[in-house]
Design a protein around this ligand. Structure first.
Ligand SMILES: [Zn+2]
Length: 263
């Protein structure tokens, strides 16, 4: 069982938010899965790495591309963003793992996945170009503004117009349960500490991860009505979700999205 966003479904994007009831048949045969590094590392999978002849699952034939390649200009592409961006070869086997906090691709049929339990899985899709991204959002990536940097990376790498992007926020630990220390709040730069992101209840401090991610996306140019949210706190719903915070469970839920053909 996976949960789906009506918005992404309507726009023809194969995707799913994993639950603790997910089974292998809920996922595509090949998914390029990120093992998060808790920062702001964005992996870009593009057909330009292999010049056209390659599909997911085939062996890579072409060289990887670098920052000086024609399709990506580090300076103009991610102006104002200091995200660590790495271009990667296509997945060569099902469930290939790579390290990073976000992955984006413009190759139709390529599926990208992230693993979470309490952190927020964010899926972004370009309704016109068909490109997509999977993003792992914890408090660290919220503090570095990763969601906004992925929007910039999609614009820089693939020419995405933020006004044409769709986003779906998956289940994560809610502000009901996500208690954080003062040191977490101090990590957030002034300007990123949006009104309402942190709530003080008695002597405890709580963080609203979903509200923060949503705010960053809208600040980056997404229309509020194109930001979908799957409601459900991973800590409050032990039947449906794994939770590290609530139950110290080691399992992770996989959420994925598959890039499609342009419209
Ligand atoms: Zn909760």
């Amino acid at each position: 069982m996976v949960l789906r966003s009506a918005l992404l479904e309507r726009e023809g994007f194969d995707h799913g938010f994993g639950t603790r009831r997910s089974a292998p048949h809920d996922f595509p045969a090949a998914v390029h899965i990120l093992l998060q590094v808790h920062g702001e590392k964005i992996v870009v999978l593009t057909e330009h790495t292999a010049r056209g002849t390659q599909h997911a699952g085939e062996e890579s034939k072409g060289p990887g591309i670098s920052g000086e390649s024609g399709i990506w200009n580090m300076e103009s592409g991610i102006a104002g963003s200091n995200a660590d961006i790495k271009f990667s070869e296509l997945p060569v086997s099902p469930f290939q793992f790579d390290e990073g906090d976000a992955m984006a691709s413009d190759i139709p049929g390529v599926s990208m996945g992230i693993r979470t339990a309490d952190c927020l899985p964010l899926l972004i899709a370009d309704r016109v170009k068909g490109t997509a991204a999977a993003v792992h959002c914890g408090w660290r990536s919220l503090a570095t503004g990763l969601a906004g940097k992925v929007v910039k990376a999609l614009a820089g790498a693939f020419g995405s117009d933020p006004g044409q992007l769709l986003a779906a926020l998956g289940p994560s630990i809610g502000p009901c349960c996500y208690e954080v220390g003062e040191e977490v709040r101090e990590t957030f730069p002034t300007g990123l500490v949006e009104e309402g992101l942190f709530e003080r209840r008695g002597r405890r401090l709580y963080l609203d991860l979903a509200a923060g991610v949503k705010t960053q996306l809208i600040l980056e140019g997404l229309a509020p009505e194109t930001v979908d949210e799957i409601v459900g706190c991973t800590s409050c719903n032990p039947d449906l979700f794994w939770s590290w915070r609530a139950r110290k469970e080691e399992e992770r839920m996989i959420s994925y999205i598959t890039a499609r053909e342009p419209h």
